[in-house]
Design a protein around this ligand. Structure first.
Ligand code: HEC
Ligand code: HEC
Length: 297
């Protein structure tokens, strides 16, 4: 046998023995078919690499080629003008087609995705949840609302909804005088009531004070003169003209839906939007629960 081939096979043998030593050292179990196949693959790669290299190195020693030389040459080393080897060309085209398939239909886009699975599971669960609680009683809703509230809202509004010493809006009554004054001074444009935004500065000085006290007091007793300005939009009874503007008399479903969807920049800070965070039943449950907070007073 040719000396070069012998050397190559010796090299391959060394690699195979080394692989085997590593297998023993790492206590890899060769009775496992996957490990065995991998091991046989490693032997095949070692033999082929050295065998094929030896063959070509041998061939280079004696081979001569004919054909038309390209014009360029580099330090005397020239290049033949050969056709693209067809095997190479076909592999190139094949790889391109495969890459396009892989990108559009193969692994990355259509395969398993943790986020996809999470979304799918959440959707299935939510559908089941919505179905189960479709006809929930008021008591169920209030209980459900309370548990959502304790997790999502209590960090700002307090466990009992009373606003953590005024750090966020006290939900046990409709609105405080300071908050009404803040809105009168700054206007309001956080919600999407059909009436649009409320302009700033609709009342000044004593008028503003009077009207703020009247609203904060639950619109009881004789309305101050300046209330006429407000009544144009909020209604004479302050209930918001059937949802055209916020109901100032009590926290109602419309207001809760508005504040959950759009959040609010209040006098004491920002409430984030909770849009798409809850299912329909959960929204209803939150509203029912919050209404119990204010009716408790
Ligand atoms: C032009 C119509 C209009 C007038 C007049 C008006 N409001 Fe408003 N008000 C609105 C609208 C609309 C909103 C909700 C705007 C938004 O945030 O998108 C609002 C919001 C409010 C809010 C905030 C409600 C909340 O829960 O955050 C308060 C308080 C308020 N108005 C009080 C008053 C008072 C007091 C007056 C009289 C001085 C008054 N408004 C006059 C239309 C009006
Ligand atoms: C990051 C703190 C924070 C969280 C969390 C939070 N809020 Fe608020 N909330 C606020 C602030 C700030 C205001 C505005 C107070 C003001 O008008 O001055 C507010 C106002 C409100 C209002 C009154 C809106 C009005 O204009 O009258 C309601 C109702 C409300 N929140 C409900 C909720 C519910 C329900 C949750 C839970 C899903 C919640 N909030 C979670 C901070 C928060």
């Amino acid at each position: 046998m040719n000396a070069m081939i012998v050397k190559a096979l010796v090299m391959a043998g060394v690699l195979i023995v080394a692989t085997f030593v590593v297998i023993k050292q790492m206590h890899i179990d060769l009775s496992d078919p996957i490990n065995m196949i991998t091991f046989i693959g490693a032997i095949a790669i070692a033999v082929l690499t050295f065998g094929v290299s030896a063959k070509y190195m041998q061939q280079m020693k004696s081979d001569s080629a004919t054909g038309e030389l390209a014009e360029d040459n580099w330090d005397g080393i020239g290049e033949y003008k050969n056709e693209l080897p067809s095997g190479w060309a076909w592999s190139y085209v094949g790889t391109l087609i495969w890459a396009i398939w892989y990108f559009l239909m193969g692994y990355p886009l259509n395969a398993y995705s943790q986020i996809g699975e999470w979304n799918k599971e959440t959707k299935t669960y939510n559908t089941k949840f919505e179905k189960k609680w479709k006809d929930a009683t008021k008591e169920d809703l209030v209980n459900m609302g309370e548990s959502i509230f304790l997790v999502q809202c209590a960090p700002c509004h307090g466990n009992s909804g009373d606003g953590l010493d005024g750090k966020a809006h006290d939900l046990t009554h409709r609105i405080s005088k300071a908050q009404v004054l803040h809105v009168i001074k700054n206007g309001s444009h956080y919600f999407k009531y059909p009436m649009g935004a409320m302009p700033a500065g609709l009342a000044q000085g004593k008028d503003a004070e009077d009207v703020a006290a009247y609203v904060a007091g639950g619109l009881k007793g004789k309305a101050p003169t300046a209330w006429a300005t407000c009544a144009g939009c909020h209604g004479q009874d302050g209930k918001g003209n059937n949802g055209q503007a916020p109901n100032l008399a009590q926290i109602d479903d419309t207001l809760i839906a508005q504040v959950l969807t759009h959040g609010k920049q209040g006098s004491i800070g920002r409430m984030p939007s909770f849009a798409n965070r809850f299912t329909e039943v959960q929204d209803k449950a939150l509203a029912e629960y919050i209404k119990t907070l204010s009716s408790a007073k």
